[in-house]
Design a protein around this ligand. Structure first.
Ligand code: RIB
Length: 308
């Protein structure tokens, strides 16, 4: 297996809004989509759609969403042996609001994802130790994230930690044991308490985090592109300009694609370039996973970009 994603599954309930209602007000919204999401699953699906061999360790609830979630992962060839049902608990759910400018606001109800425990990860140890990369996010208990990092280190498996949603409780010493720490600019702001309203300020906040001992920090910055910082250099990747309709899950698209190419070629800068284009493709369509291109669609898109 190329990649193990230890993380969340959610059901995305996406409402496209023209404005947020005030307290006591009822407003009509123009559109709605339901789809499979969750940061872990999104990243797993992005990598799998590009051809990576992916296994997922995760949880679903005992409800009407569970089978669809597992079937969806399987449809993309993801190994779901360790995606288990938690009795008597709901699946994770994410009400998402996307505004006219394509920007998203997300609430999460973790549900079953909160029941992914260190012991669940241990049960997958024999399969995990054969993986070439582990991807983690923060929609499961922090203790499980730390346990996965310990296991990854034990077997010298590179680890990507996407600190999303941002949590000030995250133990930075664990983050420092990961090979890549990948927040977006909002998460960076929460983690550092510093402004991220310009590329300069993002760099300043990033350097503060890096100074704590991170190996590699890759910040996804939406319309500003992405930035890779480590002790030796700063590398910027320009955004790919497209007409965005829905930015939900774009960061996950970036990470899943980055992970795929990192495992495939081991070239960080090239993986960032591809990830940037992949995320750009994803914002042109509605939804999270369903807006991610497969290999053929992505190659066609890259070809159009190279003609510009
Ligand atoms: O990053 C986007 C994802 O965040 C959505 O799919 C939603 O489920 C939440 O986990």
């Amino acid at each position: 297996m190329d990649i193990a994603v230890i993380g969340s599954n959610m059901v995305d309930l996406i409402t496209y809004i023209t404005e947020m209602p005030k307290i006591g007000e009822t407003l009509e919204a123009p559109d709605f989509e339901i789809g499979c999401g969750g940061k872990g699953a999104n990243q797993a699906v992005a990598a799998a759609k590009l051809g990576a061999g992916v296994m997922m360790i995760g949880k679903v609830g005992e409800d009407m969403f569970a089978d669809n979630t597992v079937n969806n992962l399987q449809r993309y060839g993801i190994n779901t042996r360790f995606v288990e049902t938690v009795p008597g608990v709901s699946s994770g759910v994410a009400p998402i609001f996307v505004d006219r400018d394509s920007f998203n606001r997300i609430l999460i109800i973790k549900g079953a994802n909160n029941h992914l425990l260190p012991a669940d990860i241990d049960r997958a140890e024999q399969q995990l130790k054969q993986c070439r990369l582990i991807i983690l996010q923060l929609e499961i208990p922090l203790a499980s994230v730390y346990h996965a990092i310990d296991l990854g280190r034990k077997y010298h498996i590179p680890i990507i930690l996407n600190p999303a949603p941002a949590s000030r409780e995250l133990d930075i010493n664990y983050a420092c044991q990961c090979d890549f720490f990948m927040p977006n600019e909002t998460e960076l702001e929460i983690l550092t308490g510093m402004p991220v309203d310009s590329e300069e300020n993002i760099l300043r906040a990033g350097r503060t985090l890096l100074a704590k001992g991170l190996k590699n920090l890759i910040i996804t910055m939406g319309h500003r592109g992405s930035m890779w910082l480590n002790a030796n250099h700063v590398h910027r990747v320009k955004p790919v300009a497209v007409n965005a309709v829905d930015t939900s899950g774009a960061g996950d698209a970036f990470i899943g694609c980055f992970a795929h190419y990192l495992v495939k070629d081991g070239d960080v800068k090239q993986a960032m370039e591809y990830a940037s284009a992949y995320a750009a493709y994803s914002v042109m369509g509605k939804g999270t996973q369903r807006s991610y291109p497969d290999t053929a669609q992505f190659h066609d898109f890259l070809a159009t970009l190279s003609q510009e």
